[in-house]
Design a protein around this ligand. Structure first.
Ligand code: NAG
Ligand code: NAG
Ligand code: NAG
Length: 282
């Protein structure tokens, strides 16, 4: 009992520290590891999971977190659609009637097309999506009328039922400069709320922060649908720039980065992948 209380006290102390730290860099969403080591995911010393649980379960924590950490509302879909079309990756014809289509996300090797399974409905212990070859596939809904345009992917059986979108979550070890050539920076694919099209990372509830207690920025409109239903990554940095990014699997986690070589040199081996949408067969 006493031990548990001590842990809670430690968690609160850690939390206070991170609130103070994030007060000076709240728009950068950086959370340097407390050991100063670059790690793809936080080590045990940076897992504030007791706190993460407290945030969810205690109304007073939620209020605090809402006040301090999650100040931005989630823009509505209609706002997203009214974004000027010159900001979309490719100016296409005006979208036709929306065609919400249910299906699954197939993951293949970018090298030789080998199937690596489907995006799984369950997260890993850090709240991140990866592949599964079992039947526990993530069921998604996308608007298939949005060919060549930025899309958000809605999920219907994700592990956290109230996090309705597949989102990009800024990497735990990132510096503030975003995804760029020459940078190891990366973005996990996890679950969260919807953000507008053409916005930089912003505060928002997400599966990684819930699992680890570390605040990170999110974006939901992080894919462009191709006419063959391949889904290519699309990320906007904090400064509004739109880097070329690659989608990979590292430690069995789907992620984006702006520099394949530097990422591998920093964190280790990656299987570069192609993601594609497979409509559910009726
Ligand atoms: C946050 O990012 C801005 C712009 O890149 C930079 O000038 C500033 O120093 C960063 N702040 C911290 C605390 O890293
Ligand atoms: C999408 O872009 C490709 C390549 O530019 C083009 O060939 C195709 O017609 C476009 N499709 C739609 C529906 O805009
Ligand atoms: C992305 O890649 C294309 C083709 O390789 C290149 O023309 C373009 O300049 C790149 N964009 C950025 C932002 O680096």
């Amino acid at each position: 009992m006493r031990f548990e209380l001590l842990q809670v006290a430690q968690a609160i102390a850690l939390f206070s520290t991170s609130v103070l730290a994030s007060g000076t860099s709240s728009s950068n969403f950086t959370t340097p590891g407390s050991l100063g080591i670059l790690r793809f995911n936080p080590g045990a010393e940076d897992m504030h999971t007791i706190l993460a649980r407290a945030e969810r379960e205690t109304p007073q924590w939620q209020g605090f977190v809402r006040g301090k950490r999650l100040p931005l509302g989630v823009p509505s879909t209609s706002e997203s659609r009214s974004t000027p079309s010159n900001l979309t990756p490719r100016a296409g014809p005006p979208p036709g009637p929306s065609e919400a289509t249910i299906g699954y996300l197939h993951i293949r090797s970018a090298l030789d097309g080998t199937s690596l399974g489907y995006a799984a409905s369950a997260f890993n212990s850090f709240g991140e999506y990866g592949p599964t070859t079992s039947s526990q596939r993530l069921k998604v809904t996308i608007d298939t009328s949005m060919v060549n345009q930025t899309i958000s992917i809605a999920t219907t059986n994700g592990q956290d039922a109230d996090l309705l979108f597949m989102v990009g979550i800024t990497g735990f070890s990132n510096d503030a400069s975003g995804l760029n050539p020459g940078k190891y920076n990366y973005v996990y694919v996890g679950a969260g709320g919807q953000t507008a099209v053409n916005v930089s990372p912003r505060s928002g509830d997400n599966s990684f922060s819930r699992a680890t207690g570390n605040p990170e920025g999110i974006e939901s409109a992080i894919f462009v649908l191709q006419s063959n239903f391949d889904i290519v990554p699309f990320w906007i940095n904090g400064d509004g720039s739109k880097p070329n990014t690659s989608l990979g699997l590292h430690e069995n986690v789907l992620f984006l980065t702006g520099d394949q070589d530097i990422f591998v040199k920093t964190f280790g081996s990656v299987t570069w992948v192609i993601l594609s949408f497979e409509p559910e067969l009726n």
